[in-house]
Design a protein around this ligand. Sequence first.
Ligand code: FAD
Ligand code: NAD
Length: 478
Amino acid sequence: MADKYDVIVIGAGPAGYVAAIRCAQLGLKVACVEKWINKNDKPALGGTCLNVGCIPSKALLESSEKFEESCHHMGEHGISVKNVDIDVSTMIARKDKIVSELTGGIEQLFKANGIDWLQGRGRILPEKQVEVTAQDGKAATYAADNIIIATGSVPFDLPATPLHKDIVVDSEGALNWTSVPKRLLVIGAGVIGLELGSVWRRLGAEVIILEAQDTFLSMADQRIAKDAQRQFAAQGLDIRLSARVTSSEIKNGKVVVKYQDKDGDQEETVDRMIVAVGRRAYTENLCSDDVGLGFDERGLVHVNDYCETNVPGIYAVGDVVRGPMLAHKGSEEGVMVAERIAGEHAHLNYDAIPSVIYTIPEIAWVGQTEEQLKSAGVNYNVGSFPFAASGRAKAMGQAAGMVRVLADADTDRVLGVHICGPAASELIGQAVIVMEFEGTSEDIARTVFSHPTLSEAVHEAALSASNRAIHIANRKRN
Ligand code: FAD
Ligand code: NAD
């Protein structure tokens, strides 16, 4: 038997590595098992988020946004930019450099916190032992008082549209193309479909997105979703709803995609395709049967509000358990579990976890949508403010979109904030803090915001919830 630890974390994505660091800060002896091998065949920490998710996608969104701005939006400032071109390989190399700096940073943090990185695949055995099998096949067994499962998620496959080389790819493949496809089809108008569809459209691809549902962004406030949908259409993203893909095949190097919509059978021939139809918990060969770990019907590790599994001393956090598959949700679960293992009384407010889609417009929200409040029979007030009436948004040339504040009609407590427009990803943080403090729309209305800032739109939306916005006619507030 090898070393014994207070805690062994399996998986070093944002849920697992944060849990490991917080455990170490609290004086616990920690090891983290991670099997990730990056595209240069090197072991890497950071999981999906750092290697093939949040960070690389945001790097490409940034590059492609700069390209589009240079091509189309500089003239209105009187700036002429001629012969704009993009070297896609350089863009990908920049993205790879950011990824390797950040994953290397986690390695340094592990060293600084005295965390042992056990390289290889972890498997839970009875009596809280973990077998770690290295890439060369050598196995070692470690024991722990506590185990934190943070094995994350992987993309769903669509059996009707199998991946094919670099022509039909999942999100990971679409982060590594070194040329721009002429025609690109994306299956799924979810977060990945919109973000990666935007990247390649900005770089010059004609992009079609097929979405099975008849509602665009059904998880978002529908007023915001409709506004965003209009803006995407104006950019040229061809989003087709109620479109269910039935098959795809490769013919002469192209992808022939068959799908059904309200008008019957349809077909498109494209140069490349991204399959982005959601992700599933990754638990393959995670534990031996005699551990008795419980799973739910969707294959997620079953946990309570404190991320405790049915096996005492075994916890699970991040994408592998219920709740939104978001990096910050997993990280905060990791902190909560570490602190509870150390005897503290941590908890996580699942009602105030923000969601962001990093397109233009950015779409961000926290709390409940108007549709959810309606169906729950809650009596609420709506305040809204368009960026068209924001001096700062106009100066930036990004005056489309709006902020919506939903507040309880009786208590005025903020129940949801929904934003579509510039810097929504940052503005939503203000709403999260208000909701975390159980604040009211009056609290936002009484707060002083700098002028001219985009934050003033949040302020005005809160004022509008009680019909006293200054820079719009209040009867038009919805
Ligand atoms: P993961 O990050 O998936 O990490 C799990 C780790 O466990 C992996 O490194 C894996 O190798 C390891 N592992 C699994 N099994 C074993 C085993 N048996 N032994 C050893 N190691 C194992 N979320 C956001 O909040 N914001 C975003 O902007 C965002 N953008 C995204 C963009 C894309 C393209 C994708 C695909 C996802 C994005 N996400 C985003 C989602 C985010 O990446 C995930 O929610 C997050 O990574 C989940 O963290 P996790 O630690 O639970 O799992
Ligand atoms: P998603 O659940 O956001 O979207 C998948 C979409 O595909 C859905 O709209 C679904 O209706 C559609 N779909 C499913 N089957 C289909 C079919 N056969 N034909 C056509 N459409 C179909 O999933 P995703 O975009 O793959 O992202 C996976 C996860 O990663 C999400 O849970 C998300 O939270 C996370 N993520 C987050 C960010 C972010 O925070 N900015 C970015 C990327 C990914």
